[in-house]
Design a protein around this ligand. Sequence first.
Ligand code: ADP
Ligand code: ADP
Length: 226
Amino acid sequence: MATIEFQQIFKVYSNGYTALKNLSLDIKDGEFLVFVGPSGCGKSTALRMLAGLEEISGGKLLIGGEIVNDKTPQERNIAMVFQNYALYPHMTVRENMEFPLKMLKMPKAERQKRVIAAAEKLGLTNLLDNKPKQMSGGQRQRVAMGRAIVRNPSVFLMDEPLSNLDAKMRVQIRTEISQLQRNMGITMVYVTHDQVEAMTMGDRVAVMKGGELQQIAPPQELYDSP
Ligand code: ADP
Ligand code: ADP
């Protein structure tokens, strides 16, 4: 079952620049799909569009069989983790993770249950009372993911989540993200310019170039393009 469908999607920015040209692809339920390509190829635009942060200039975007072109980010059951973590520095890990649930006016008991469950999945149980500045880059990344998963989204979006980490941490978090995605059975759409990351993490890889989809295939079936 396809949970996400890009149907002939175009993005033309207000300055006239066409960032996505006729993008069509399906993402299956529970799949780990990686958009890869050089800077400027349109991969973040595609992801922001999914999140509802970017107007669609042409084509149709479907989530769970429903056209979402005009739906707000809040109306889509999607969580996005940003590159720069965007944690609140004055809040503890617990408060950071609880915050989006407060915004939803969820009762306190349910909020606490969700935070504890997410912290267990992410190995953050012993760090719940820490502030972000007391933590490593990798730990902060996990908190950012925790804050996203407490809402039990059906789709998870990540844009270059490892780019602020050193090489060793990148490999470690890469593995953690893959495991977390498999444990939760959640659909993941992941953006990176790093081909190794794409090949090791993705069930399928969508290779973008100049706003166009070059190929989409499982890593072992990708062919080299000049
Ligand atoms: P609007 O507020 O009309 O939707 P946009 O969000 O499309 O405007 O961006 C406003 C302007 O900022 C654009 O016309 C563009 O020139 C510039 N801009 C913003 N981000 C970028 C970017 N990543 N690359 C190039 N230009 C950009
Ligand atoms: P990537 O994530 O692959 O680096 P993006 O999706 O961020 O690429 O951007 C694709 C292209 O669209 C780039 O050439 C970028 O400069 C341009 N762009 C992005 N945002 C805007 C904007 N708001 N206005 C104009 N051009 C933009």
